[in-house]
Design a protein around this ligand. Sequence first.
Ligand code: SF4
Length: 387
Amino acid sequence: MAEQRVSDGPLSLDDRRLLVELQSFGVRVVGGDRTLGRRGGAGPSDALFMYVRGLPLTVPQHAEYVGGSPYTLRLDGVKPSLFREDELVGVVGLPRRPKIYDMQTADGIPYWKIALLHLDSIASTVVQKCIYWGTPEQCGFCGIELTRGEQTIPVKTPAQLAEVCSAAHEFDGAVDATLTTGSINRRDRGALYISRCAAAIKDACGIPVQVQFEPPDELSVIDDVHRAGVDAVGIHIETFDPDVLARVAAGKAQCGVEGYFRTWERAVEVFGRGRVTTYVILGMGERRELIEEGCRRAIEMGVYPFVVPIRPVPGTLLADTPTPDPDYVAAIYRSVSAMLAEHGLDHVEAAAGCARCQACSGLSAWERVFEKEANGGHFQLGTVQAS
Ligand code: SF4
């Protein structure tokens, strides 16, 4: 199917409502190729990629709860069409099958086992294993080892990644690379290895690269990552509620919430404001006030909080967690986007990675309602009132 992008334009309140509902409820696919998205893995691991009202979006497709979604994507007509119940929402854009999915390395490894195209970002879970997996420290939302075997190779080399990312840039228009890893030790957590991979990608094709890793034991690792040529880092706290962090991600909770802030502080010094991001997952039983306080503190220091609703992935420990109420998600998007505007932080500064892409969050749809005052450099509410 040819790629279709819907033109950008101002988003109405109904548009933003649509985005949060799609991310919380998911979409059922009828007709055509029903295996459009990913299953398992790190990041947006149950995800159908599409463009809705001009915004890139990843939407749950495979989880059981999607069966109750009011949204259906019909692929049996002339154009891919989104319905809410029986009502036509509109035509949506679907990415075409990437050319690199039909390519392989000289020794016969399909490129799609090395990296996947997430809309216009080429992404890889470089080391598909984690020291926490199968232990009480495993993160409840994570599916990193679910896709090992037929779907991927467990460890990708710098040379393999350089080859695939260069091809994705050349043939599929990938504008950046996003590299993540399981925690492979209790020292640098894998940061140094993925930085070597990032260096190889940059040498080969020069695209910006974001790498994602846990806070390392020594802050000097952050300098090593920067020296490797990495453009941006994702150091993901997942939640600012310490009780929830301890319950759902015991391994990641060991450095404590303050450990993340210490790491971010150094990372912002080295990489700059906006080049450091963190996932903040909604819907795990967190206290809202702690989420908003944490986001405010992160934003003030120059860290972009990439807020997303939990996407319970089949096979993970949190597979049966209900998805969050869209009104709750929208309320957090609204308050966090206001903080971002107040502090002049924008997702476009991220350079690479999840915050640059935005498809797993609806935050950028709310960011659009703020505009910078012409004089003074302050931000204020734009002509579209935030809901
Ligand atoms: S640290 Fe947690 S989220 Fe990261 S790979 Fe390990 S189990 Fe998954």
